[in-house]
Each structure stands twice: as C-alpha cells, then as structure tokens.
Design a protein around this ligand. Structure first.
Ligand SMILES: *Cc1c(COP(=O)(O)O)cnc(C)c1O
Length: 395
C-alpha cells in the first residue's frame, strides 16, 4: 500500500519545505551561540529578534512579549505554575475547563497538590464554555482563568473574546492554550484581552520541540527554567536557533495563507462531514458545527471500537486518531468526549480526522469509501449491533 492519506494534523503536521530550508543554515554555517559577543555569533541574536517580531506582528503583540519555549506543553506548564507562584499573595484559585489538553489539566492537578484550588468548568453538548459560568466562578482569590482557544479533539472554538473581557473586568489574569488555533484562525491578544497565550511550532507546519509563550507586559511571572540570561532571564538555556527560525517561517506562511487555506479547508471539512452523515448510519458529529476549526472532523460511530477502526484505516493507508486517551494502552475514553456528555460506549467509537494544507477532495472520497466499508464490516461482527437490528425489525 503506497497510498498515504494523512488526516492527523491535530497530532502534528509536516514541516513545510520553506521552514526546513530556512532552518538548515543555522545547523551548519551559522552555528554560533547567540549570547557570544563576536559578530559571527551575535548575528544569530538578531535573527531570533526577527522571528519574535514576526510572531508578535501576527498576534498584535510587542516583540519583547514573545518568549520561546520547547513547545506547547512547556508554555502551558510555565503559564500556570509561574502565575500560581507569582500571584500566591493574591490567592490560590484557578478557573479552567474540563476539556483542556492534559498539559493544562495535569498541571492543574499538580498545583492542587501544592495548595491551589481549581474550578473545572463544564461545557455544553458541543464543547462550548459558557462565559457566564466563567464569571460566576470568579472569587476574590481567583488569580487565573485558563481556557483553550480551540479544542484539539472536537475542534470547538471557544468564545475567547467574551471570556477575556470578563477576566479583564474582574482583574483576573487570562491565559489561553492556542496551540490548535494559532495559525488557523485570526487571533489578536488585545481584542481578546489575552494576558498569556501558548503556541507550538509543529501544529502549524513548523518544527517539533519549539513553541512560545506570549506574556503581556506587566504580568508578573517568574522564570521557568533557571540558568543564563536568555529570554529576558525568564527561560534560560541556549536558544534553539534553527527551531526558532523554522517556527518564524511557519508562522509567517500560516498568517499569509490563513484566509485562503481556511476557506478551502472549511469546504473540504463540510464535504467530509456531509458525506459521512448521509452515507453512514448511526453516527454523530462531535463538536460545534460552525464554531469549529476549519480542519477538524470528529465522529462517533455506534457499535464500533475506535481502536479497531484506526487499525483498519491504517491498513488502507489512512492516518487518523481515535477518541481514546493518547496514553497508549489506556482504555479510558477521552475526557473531552465524556465532558460533552457522550456515554462511554459511544465515546469509544470515535474517530478524529484533521485535514492539512495538502488534503484533497480525492483523499476524502477515498477515506469515506474505506470508512463505509470498514464500519459495515465491524458492525457485522458486533453482537450489540445484531441485537439492535433485530429490535428495529420488531417495530
Ligand atoms: C499539541 C497540543 C499541546 C502540546 O503541544 P506540544 O508542542 O506537542 O508540547 C498543547 N495543547 C494543545 C491544545 C495541543 O493540541
């Protein structure tokens, strides 16, 4: 099987050839340490500043508000732990949602063990956080609200502007995990009253192991990694120069092509959703139909195990992802699908397909054809489905 259809762009994306091209000289001829004084190396400091400018420009931020990290997970950990520490004298209460990425949820659990109190907001059946619920959860000792911009499993885009406004009105810090949204949808940190924002290179056709945290000027936040004076002394360690250059290039490309790519992907996304809904019975679209990332499709198929579906799609050369926790071997259905109210057995039969810049209509036609066949085959082996069909017949 030489055909490869990659529909897992929420897990990671291909680094664009332009980003790779831009990075290469920083492995070879421009290898100097940006902290060195001689011109040969110091030029790399300038290059890093240029990438900061590109990113800040896209977000409507200032250049010195962008801090490079080793990716989305680090940015999320930094934002939460450092804010909890820096604002400990004000209080210990944090508000977040039940559908955050584990980089947020597990950091919250860690902070709870260290004396913080965390409110985990429920979401509705489409995965939306209610801004009024955010407001109602604010207490005098609330120091931070962290709500993701868009969900990585079901693609739902949150009312970030409304939530940011509420946080600002109450004088509470607002962080958003924008790892899935940044590069896909327009984001302006001022319009949305965002104080901190996490993003990652490999989710937007940049390299892996590089990301950034936007920290608004004036936000008190402690160093995360202690050592040298890099990143304004807040995140020590010799800079990942090739990674930063690749990230900058990826951000530049994503911003320049966003409108066109988003229109194209939204059309393809809705085409895929439409074909599945009309051709495969007993399925359910997860996530909001319109407040949704342009590249995300997530379905539950009744009487099916998501894992079996993935294995059989893999045999057809199709890469997708299921709703099970990404920790391999875990049989727990995804916390996101449970939070939107799916019963365990339905959450188990879930499939996420996330499109990329190269995805074509032909890829999706082939995928639906395979999916129809596989779903029918798996159902034909399911005793539950057999019972269900018998019962239907009796009516
Ligand atoms: C992928 C992802 C992360 C983690 O980013 P890494 O760069 O892989 O560490 C965090 N949050 C969300 C929403 C993600 O999709």
């Amino acid at each position: 099987m030489d055909r490869l259809i990659y529909l897992d762009n929420a897990a990671t994306t291909k680094t664009s050839p332009e980003a790779v091209e831009a990075m290469l000289p920083y492995f070879t001829e421009h290898y100097g340490n940006p902290s060195s004084v001689y011109g040969f190396a110091a030029a790399n400091k300038e290059v890093i500043t240029q990438q900061r400018e590109i990113i800040a420009g896209v977000l409507g931020a200032k250049t010195n508000e962008i801090y490079f990290t080793a990716g989305g997970t680090e940015s999320d950990n930094w934002a939460l732990t450092a804010a909890a520490e820096a604002y400990a004298s004000k209080g210990k209460h944090i508000i977040t949602s039940r559908i955050e990425h584990h980089a947020i949820l597990h950091t919250c659990e860690y902070l709870e063990k260290r004396g913080c109190e965390v409110t985990y907001l429920d979401v509705d059946e489409n995965g939306l956080v209610d801004p009024e619920a955010v407001e109602a959860a604010i207490r005098p000792d609330t120091i931070l609200i962290s709500v993701m911009f868009a969900n990585n499993e079901i693609g739902t885009i949150q009312p970030i502007r409304e939530i940011g406004k509420i946080a600002r009105e109450h004088g509470v810090l607002f962080h958003t995990d924008a790892v899935q949204a940044f590069g896909q949808v327009p984001i302006n940190v001022d319009e949305c009253c965002i104080d901190m924002l996490s993003a990652s290179g490999h989710k937007l056709n940049g390299p892996k192991g590089i990301g950034f945290l936007y920290i608004r000027k004036g936000v008190k936040i402690r160093s995360f990694i202690h050592g040298g004076a890099q990143e304004r002394k807040r995140r020590a360690g010799t800079e990942n120069v090739p990674g930063i250059v690749g990230l900058g290039k990826a951000v530049e490309l994503a911003a320049a092509s966003m409108k066109e790519r988003s229109e194209k992907e939204t059309k393809l996304r809705d085409y895929l959703i439409g074909r599945i809904e009309s051709e495969i019975p007993y399925c359910r679209l997860n996530g909001d139909r319109t407040k949704r990332l342009p590249n995300n499709v997530n379905f539950s198929f009744r009487f099916i195990e998501g894992e079996s579906l993935l294995i059989m799609l893999d045999m057809k050369g199709i890469c997708a992802s299921s709703g099970s926790a990404c920790t391999s071997g875990s049989l727990d259905p995804s916390h996101v699908l449970l939070a939107i109210g799916l019963p365990h057995e339905i959450a188990h039969g879930s499939l996420r397909m996330t499109l990329g810049a190269d995805t074509t209509k032909e890829d999706l036609d082939y995928t639906v054809d395979c999916l129809k066949e596989i779903v029918a085959q798996l159902r034909s082996m399911s005793p539950l489905y057999e019972d269900f069909v018998k019962k239907q017949g009796n009516h």
